[in-house]
Design a protein around this ligand. Structure first.
Ligand code: APR
Length: 280
């Protein structure tokens, strides 16, 4: 059913209006898209921020271009650079941020429709978001296979390889392929369920995009699938994608954690957020 929270043409939306529509039950199906910017506060550098982003730090690895470190065709013949940076990208013992806790709060308040995350750190689930509400569009570290023959590789040997920064190789005789975690590299297809879950976006009565430059397809296309008239909120250091092109776009520029705290305050959820974050 078309949600009554569409905005009459010309009315400018702001965070307060969005918060009041969530509080009075007009908004109950929030679809979220996340990128690396939500986890920088947890200690994982993002990719494209100048100087601090990963792609500015790869010069010593003499790559043909920065993204090669995550390209399957480069990994196939030169897996060393990936394992040189894997340890800093691997979740290990990281804590979820206030932003991750806010997502768990949306689920608790029964207004979370679905989360698409481009991140592979698993912090959304660690913060308490139910797994059936998340699609890890770029895969995750939970399992690993030989890139060549696809044979599964033992977790403990993978953990050791990541700790040592050493390339693990396939255990099948005659194969010799390097082992790769089940994260989606450039040149690889996303999980099959992406196409199915993509259908949830037009059902949204609010889209919340956090911590992403919206430079990588197909995730970068998701905000465009939101129906006309439905609000889209961006919480990010900078404007990204086509945000600002629609009357109902709301851009909360600044850090994810600051933006989330402002939104939680407008919702009257600040104590709930702190309690949930402490328990994560
Ligand atoms: N708060 C808010 N925004 C932030 C913060 C923060 N603390 N830190 C960084 N940002 C913003 C940056 O300004 C940038 O717009 O988050 C965005 C991060 O963009 P990218 O580094 O490009 O990361 P992402 O959009 O997730 O990249 C998409 O590219 O390399 C591939 O597969 C990889 O999933 C990744 C994909």
């Amino acid at each position: 059913t078309k949600s009554q929270n569409t905005t009459s043409v010309g009315e400018k939306l702001d965070m307060r209006t969005i918060a009041s529509r969530i509080k009075d039950g007009q908004i109950t199906r929030i679809v979220v898209l996340l990128g690396a910017g939500i986890s920088t506060a947890a200690g994982i550098p993002d990719f494209r921020s100048p100087n601090t982003g990963l792609y500015d730090k790869l010069a010593p690895l003499h790559l043909p271009y920065p993204e090669a470190v995550f390209h399957i065709s480069y990994f196939a013949h030169t897996p060393e650079p990936f394992y040189a940076i894997a340890r800093a990208r691997h979740p290990g013992n990281l804590q979820p941020t206030a932003s991750h806790a806010f997502l768990a709060l949306l689920a608790q308040k029964k207004v979370l429709h679905f989360i698409f995350t481009q991140n592979i750190d698993g912090l959304e689930q660690d913060a308490g978001v139910p797994a059936d509400k998340i699609l890890w569009a770029h895969g995750n570290w939970k399992s690993q296979h030989c890139w060549k023959c696809k044979t599964e590789y033992p977790d403990d040997l993978m953990q050791k390889a990541i700790r040592d920064g050493a390339v693990p190789y396939c255990q099948m005789p005659e194969c010799g392929g390097a082992v790769k975690p089940d994260v989606v590299f450039f040149g690889q297809s996303l999980p099959l369920e992406f196409d199915e879950k993509e259908k949830l976006v037009p059902e949204a009565d609010l889209m919340l995009v956090m911590g992403t430059s919206l430079k990588v397809a197909p995730c970068s296309r998701l905000p465009r699938l939101v129906q006309e008239g439905i609000p889209r909120v961006l919480i990010n250091m900078e404007k990204s994608g086509d945000f600002g092109s629609r009357n109902e776009d709301v851009c909360i520029l600044g850090s994810c954690d600051e933006g989330v705290r402002k939104l939680a305050h407008e919702l009257g959820w600040s104590e709930d957020l702190d309690a949930l974050w402490r328990s994560a």
